[in-house]
Design a protein around this ligand. Sequence first.
Ligand SMILES: *Cc1c(COP(=O)(O)O)cnc(C)c1O
Length: 232
Amino acid sequence: MTIAEALRSVRARIGAAAQAAGRDAEAVRLVAVSKTHPASAVREAYEAGQRDFGENYVQELLQKAEELADLPDLRWHLIGHLQRNKAKLVAPLLSLLHTVDSVELARELDKRLAASASPGTLPVLVEVSIAGEEQKHGLAPEHLAELLQGIEALPRLALHGLMCVPPLTEDPAGALPHFQRLARLRDEHGGASRLPELSMGMTHDLEQAVAAGATLVRVGTAIFGARPAALR
Ligand SMILES: *Cc1c(COP(=O)(O)O)cnc(C)c1O
């Protein structure tokens, strides 16, 4: 299957899931996750009409952004954990940062943006550790109110919503309660007017995410093929 064909099939999955949930497919944006795949694959997807791309690692994003600098309306999303000391490098490049999980990171981003030449604000999502315990990144739900207020107080960040990466379950249905929990948290913290975006759902569970209200699904494998297992 070519990348263009794969994109069509993923868009069809999103469309069918949206229809089943009584939602408008236009309300679900596809972020093509290109980590570990070369810039040429991103270009191929771009030529097939895809504009939003997600990367997990700062260095890799910087390299691809440079190679693809001739594609001006390509939108980069950082969907992996961002270390504070790398904030400066990527902040001006990003269209959306999905993984703010501390007020320290938010403040650092704000400071770096204020000091940079780029005007405007950086749209961000707060990554919530929806299953707690074993998750490495993401904010515990009980601290959400504080971080949301902290972000809103920063002039160079724009709060757009919430993101989660639930623990991988063999059966995609296992992800549904986690996605529903993120949607509930959104409702408890101001609803869609304050938090319009819900970033959730990947290759194997995008249907469950769309059913639960995802506005951004992050899909890699179904578009670009399998990655080496060590580089998940
Ligand atoms: C890698 C990754 C994805 C894409 O996963 P696939 O299963 O390949 O679709 C989505 N979100 C995050 C946070 C990821 O790290």
